[in-house]
Design a protein around this ligand. Structure first.
Ligand code: TXA
Ligand code: MG
Length: 323
């Protein structure tokens, strides 16, 4: 199955109602014409994604976001803050959950009255979007519940047979999915649904404090589902030397921030202690350990601020799968 950098080939497929793997700065997406339910359905089929989990719509301009979201019906304060966020952080790893416009098919939003929108900061995908007369619905390009892909090859490895073309934009520069925030009408406040590639502290410098979503039985955002983003091997988080002792006799893979723990397989995410570098390396490291001859994966807890919040979130969910 072809991987390449041919934007016109990708555009032609998308215009014909097909799905295409696309690069973004966060993770690779599996894209379709957001206005074509038949095309969007193929995303759900290829990923084996349950229909209750809505997609993010990708746009190339604020004007296009206004076609997808109906901001005119929203309160003035919220509208102004939404625009301030778009101006400050787009293109970039921030997704806004906003009131949905009628022309977005229910399949994209799983029947919700809201739609998730973002403008990705990747030159190839922005050029692709500008060449199309419609926005692109795209979840991460992994089978449902598995770790997100951060290279075109990751997409090919897992979805290759199901995707006619993967646009190769190189390794993702952020490496974690976008931060998702949404306006909760009843609370009259913005709430964090998923920590991600934009530190929530940065969002708060523009709109003030953002609420933290509580875990719910029916999650407001399925991104809040536990056991999401999980590798196949069991993952345990905590004090790595103690965990290594507790699991002695087993073959162990370790994910650590700066220091090598000398297990059978070791992934040190940033020797210089840079959280952005660690975030960029996290998913590829999880994939390598998942493919390594180890019985389990141990991970350190990362500093709980900035991108560390999102790294810990993804590790916690990876661990939740086996608990
Ligand atoms: O960085 C990203 O966000 C990547 C790239 C490809 O843009 N996309 C991504 O998509 O991570 P996905 O589908 O894997 O995760 C999107 C999350 C889902 O958990 C979904 O539940 C949530 O966004 N979401 C989508 N629409 C929503 C809505 N209307 N309300 C609440 N959550 C929503
Ligand atoms: Mg995903």
């Amino acid at each position: 199955m072809p991987i390449g950098t041919d934007i016109s080939q990708a555009a032609a497929l998308l215009r014909n109602g097909r799905i295409v793997g696309i690069p973004t700065e966060t993770v690779y997406g599996l894209a379709a014409n957001a206005y074509d339910p038949g095309a969007v359905l193929q995303i759900f089929q290829a990923k084996q994604r349950p229909a209750f989990d809505p997609l993010i719509v990708h746009v190339h301009a604020i004007a296009q976001a206004e076609e997808v979201a109906s901001l005119e019906t929203a309160e003035a304060a919220m509208r102004e803050q939404a625009h301030a966020l778009m101006r400050n952080f787009w293109p970039g790893p921030l997704t806004l959950v906003l009131p949905k416009a009628a022309q977005v098919p229910d399949l994209v939003t799983s029947g919700l009255g809201t739609v998730a929108v973002r403008m990705p900061a990747h030159p190839l995908t922005l050029r692709l979007l500008r060449s199309l007369p419609f926005p692109l619905a795209a979840p991460s390009a992994n089978p449902f519940g598995y770790v997100s892909p951060t290279t075109a090859q990751h997409v090919a490895d897992q979805l290759g047979g199901k995707v006619p073309y993967i646009l190769d934009g190189g390794p993702c520069t952020v490496g974690l999915e976008s931060t998702i925030i949404g306006w909760e009408q009843q609370a009259g406040a913005w709430v964090l649904y998923r920590p991600g590639g934009l530190p929530v502290e940065a969002v708060e410098t523009v709109i003030g404090s953002v609420g933290r979503a509580q875990k719910a039985v029916v999650p407001a955002s399925p991104g809040m589902l536990e056991s999401h983003y999980a590798p196949l091997r069991p993952v345990f988080i905590g004090n790595v030397p103690l965990l290594m002792e507790a699991h002695s006799g087993k073959r162990i893979g370790v994910i650590s921030f700066r220091e090598n723990h000398h297990a059978q397989a070791n992934e040190v995410l940033s020797r210089q202690g840079d959280l952005a570098e660690a975030a960029r390396n996290l998913f590829a490291a999880l994939r390598r350990l998942d493919a390594a001859p180890v019985d389990l994966i141990l991970a350190e807890q990362f500093p709980g601020e900035g991108l560390g919040l999102a790294i810990n979130d993804r590790l916690r969910r990876a661990a939740a799968k086996r608990e």
